[in-house]
Design a protein around this ligand. Sequence first.
Ligand code: C2E
Ligand code: MG
Ligand code: MG
Length: 503
Amino acid sequence: MLHPAQEPDPDASANDASGVYAPIESIADHSISAYWEAHEEVRNSIRGGMDSRAATEASLEYLVSCDPLTGFLNRAGFLTELRNIFMEGPRKEATIGILIVDVDYFSAINDCLGIAAGDETLTVVAQRLRSTVRPAAMIARVSGDEFAVVDEFVNEEDAFWTANELMAALSFPMCAGGSTIENTVSIGIAMARGSDTPECLLGRAAAAMHQAKRSGRNRFEMESLSDAGQVDVRFKRRSELRRAIEDGELRLFYQPQIDLASGQMNGFEALVRWDHPERGLLDPSAFIDFAEESGLILPLGAWVINAAVAQQAQWHRLSAGRPPVRMSVNISAIQLNDPRLEELVTEALDRHYVAPEFLTLEVTETALTEDPVSALKTLEVLNALGIRLAIDDFGTGHSSLTYLKRFPIDELKIDRSFIAGLTTDSKDRAIVVSCIQLAHATNLIAVAEGVETPDQLHALTGLGCDLAQGYFYTRPMSAEDLEPWFVPRPDTVCLDWQELVDQ
Ligand code: C2E
Ligand code: MG
Ligand code: MG
């Protein structure tokens, strides 16, 4: 092992507000430590008074590459130094490895205790990171609550050892905003290989960290070997998807939702497709997960919201005299935690003159439970705007019934896996009955997804379910295919779904 066991002293570091990181006691003779030497030099010259021009240049460089809160490198500085480390290469028989350390549920600290407490937490995390890893390791704050540690490791176990030490040091209670808090972290590890670039290595470590989050947090994950060769592919896929969003390759399909009491169309759910130039029309299962992992879900989701609302307005114009069309749009957990969501939705509604009550945003239970404090805040804001909210795929996530009480939800969409067994499996039937009763008892509209057979439809009508959608009525259709339905005809005030399908 390269690392001597270091006993972190969390309390000492938590109270040490003076230094941005612990003093460097010994600097090993290799590239990573060279960074710290240079870094210290700049800091000392600024402190010690060099001639004013040199000092200004040094402090400018410092500002551009460093994070003022922790004193660590910021993302830009980190990437520059990582490239230098790659150029010099590791010592013989050692491998460069990256650990991406992300504080679990960090936004809850900001939300509950305030931004100052969040900053305090990050400072303590930074101090503990510094005092836990080898002095020669490079540490950076690469984004809000995400840190990167770069060091040389003799093998994977060596990196695991460091990850374990970090988890132990960071889970120690700490003081922030006058409260004692206990944090956990999720860590992703990647080890450099022959033809690696710094960007690839960083990408793999970030992917491993996301895997650790998905596996339940408070753990570390080593990059999966199958990921290694895929990083290039992922970079390509990312630029391909970005281009698709920017160049108009995304399409929306719409699936009608039927009011079971009247048999009339109640509205539509917008479902995104990618009209790929080579692979044809792709379902969301082919790209939504990737969009979430790569961060592209934000521009993609923004496009979907705007396009769905624009279509709503267009249909409304075509069907003058009829009530406005209701539209449901799926949003992912990342969008729900995006502070710009409210502005984005409001802008789309204003731009197309659509009233908020005709738009429903669908979120899954999992999205609600990922960061409930932040989700509640966002949903309250959206609810105050008058936008309707639905829990999608109900029954498949980690549901907590408290959420139904606390969250301003309007609809509960029963997952199609239960509807599939409604007429053949007594347990599925019991679940569907309970979901409908639960929805009505909490003043929510019950929506059945994935209705495929007349038996299912009859059973749902008998159980008092409010709305239904599924292949029994129609598969999701393009706007052009649905358009004839919206052209006003003198003989009809409103149509039922069968007329739509027959047209
Ligand atoms: P979802 O929101 O639960 O949408 C319903 C899915 O069930 C749709 O699949 C729809 O085509 C399918 N479906 C509808 N009726 C039936 C049926 O009778 N039988 C069966 N077997 N399936 C039926 P799709 O369009 O492939 O979408 C899958 C998921 O992708 C959606 O599930 C939603 O979670 C996600 N998604 C779709 N569009 C978007 C989007 O714009 N943004 C985000 N974040 N997610 C989206
Ligand atoms: Mg949905
Ligand atoms: Mg669903």
